[in-house]
Design a protein around this ligand. Structure first.
Ligand code: NA7
Length: 551
């Protein structure tokens, strides 16, 4: 049943997470009509969904916050260097209340379809409950990792106990004293495993490829430290603006080959023991993330540290990635992850040797090398198996552009975008977070601030100049994809089987690599966006009503 469209809006934002909330605030300041719709029952996006035990930042808290309001910066105290989920969600709720955003957010509202109406120069957006909204412009802030994926194994859903993805951990699920299996050892798996290991009766970790981790170095922030941090917020934000990924860590200009091996090892031990967050990953000698040789040496160093922490040498070897070097996939921050495997109640199962045959009513059945099977008797199965990343949130909405062309079909061979913010055939649709955008790979609040600030300035132009139709040019799209492909290829990260390269789409590991993210760095991306403003949007076609003969 389709209801009558509600009166038209100027701007509809999809998603009330870190990005959508900031965009809403900026557009309210401009005085245009704007509303957020979000499928969740609460605001906060990622920080609303990911409630699994142990969920927290891998970014330093004081860098993972909005910088737009001095008052907000003055009022909010961070309690830990790497804030847990609950603290972050409270922060976002505090922001929503402080800036009176809630009246402009419709929760429990899932967008199902969005259709471009050329005659009316607007989008007709249909929600899951049949409500329809007309909006001149639609801004996408659905997140990068908001469509969870599950292994393709028989029996999924037939388990008699509790099955959950880390992304939708039930509030009433307490694993104390239970027999639990966790599948997946990415950033989420590492956090949940470490948190629950000593609470559960039995923990079975099912690992496909091992993933590199580095010590997180979390600590409480004392009131004195908070005061010191607050006094240097300006410098902190300025610094983060100039680092490639918007983190507090910056690649060392020195090459690993410029120093002696002894010096390298001293430096790496220091980063491992005393660094925090992504120091070893993003704050290392520049060549360790770009050149195979230096990367191999660093990987061997980290492997040795793992061997020192895990008592059983066979288990240690399993925990050391063999298919990719350190930092070639997103490195997970850990706080005692390796020591978990020294506990008697924890077992590591190598899925490469013993694949899952099926999920059964009582647990998981593994195939053994000799043709037999092994049954894991379980109370809880946790899927920490990741997401249909970056494009998944777009695929889930039926976007229909010019002449009814479907976005999902246009992107079948991989996404193509105009400077990471638009797609040809989809006028007046903007992606604040999406493929090939600089927002996607940065420390998130830092990255999205660049795009939201660009969008806000662009809305100012749209409103001042009476722009009614705004579409990326195909030539610019081709050039952007080519540029992203080229610049990404400089980093080893672009060649791994990571979600960064679309390798986990539908968990089909032979999927073609895709140009999913932009790895050219936040400062370069910010400059590229600014160029568009300065040069009058050469990559886009802007039309007024008069241009279209509609006056
Ligand atoms: P990730 O990083 O995509 O990790 C998913 C994990 O699940 C990873 O260990 C995968 O192994 C594993 N996986 C995926 N599919 C399967 C199947 N079918 N069978 C067994 N194991 C599987 O997701 P996260 O949620 O941990 O982290 C996502 C981002 O959140 C992270 O990058 C941060 O930015 C925050 P694989 O390595 O593919 O063999």
């Amino acid at each position: 049943t389709t209801r009558q469209p509600t009166p038209g809006l100027d701007y509809l934002i999809i998603g009330a997470g870190v990005c959508g909330l900031y965009q809403l605030h900026q557009l309210l300041e401009l005085g245009v009509s704007v509303r957020i719709v979000d499928a969740n029952a609460g605001l906060g996006g990622t920080w609303y969904n990911n409630r699994y035990p142990g969920c927290r930042f891998d970014s330093e808290s004081y860098t993972y916050q909005y910088s737009f309001s001095q008052e907000l910066l003055d009022e909010w105290d961070w309690k830990e260097r790497f804030a847990p989920q609950a603290e972050t969600l409270s922060y976002l709720e505090y922001v929503a209340d402080k800036f009176d955003l809630r009246p402009h957010i419709s929760l429990n509202t899932r967008v199902e379809r969005a259709e471009w109406i050329e005659d009316g120069l607007h989008w007709l957006v249909t929600m899951a409950d049949g409500e329809q909204v007309r909006a001149r412009f639609v801004l996408c802030a659905m997140g990068l990792l908001s469509v969870p994926t599950y292994p393709r194994v028989p029996g999924l859903g037939t388990f008699g106990g509790v099955e959950t993805h880390t992304f939708d951990w039930p509030d009433d699920l307490d694993v104390t004293g239970k027999r639990v299996a966790v599948i997946g050892t990415g950033a989420s798996g590492v956090q949940v495993i470490t948190d629950i290991a000593d609470k559960v009766e039995q923990l079975t970790v099912l690992q496909r490829d091992a993933n590199w981790c580095a010590p997180l170095g979390n600590q409480p922030i004392t009131p004195e430290e908070m005061a010191r941090l607050r006094a240097s917020y300006d410098e902190i934000f300025d610094w983060c603006r100039e680092t490639p990924a918007g983190f507090i860590h910056r690649p060392d200009r020195t090459l690993s080959t410029d120093v002696t091996r002894e010096e390298r090892l001293r430096h790496w031990n220091d980063l491992y023991d005393n660094g925090h967050g992504a120091a070893l990953y993003m704050g290392n000698y520049r060549d360790t993330m770009m050149e195979a040789g230096p990367n191999r040496e660093l990987s061997e160093f980290v492997a040795d540290r793992i061997r020192q922490r895990v008592e059983d040498p066979e288990v240690a070897e399993l925990l050391i990635p063999k298919d990719h070097g350190f930092g070639n996939k997103r490195v997970a921050g850990e706080s005692g992850f390796y020591e978990v495997f020294n506990q008697d109640n924890v077992e590591l199962v190598d899925l490469m040797a013993h694949p899952i045959r099926e999920v059964t009513e009582t647990g998981i059945r593994l195939d053994l090398a000799d043709g037999g099977v092994r049954d894991l008797e379980l109370d809880v199965i946790v899927y920490a198996t990741g997401f249909d990343a970056v494009t998944g949130p777009f695929d889930r909405i039926d976007f229909r552009g010019v002449d009814g062309v479907r976005l999902k079909e246009q992107w079948l061979g991989g996404p193509e975008t105009c400077v990471g913010v638009q797609v040809t055939n989809f006028p007046n649709l903007f992606m604040l977070v999406g493929p090939q955008s600089g927002s996607a790979t940065a420390n998130f609040p830092r990255g999205i601030e660049d795009v939201v600030n660009w969008m806000t300035e662009t809305v100012r132009h749209i409103e001042a100049d009476g722009v009614v139709r705004f579409e990326g040019r195909r030539e610019a799209e081709i050039a952007w994809v080519e540029h992203v492909r080229e610049i990404n290829s400089l980093l080893l990260l672009a060649h791994s089987k990571s979600w960064f390269n679309g390798h986990n789409i539908n968990l089909d590991r032979d999927d073609k690599p895709r140009v999913m993210v932009y790895l050219g760095g936040a400062p370069r991306y910010r400059r590229r966006l600014q160029e568009e403003i300065d040069q009058g949007y050469p990559s886009f076609e802007l039309k007024t009503a008069a241009d279209l003969g509609r006056e």
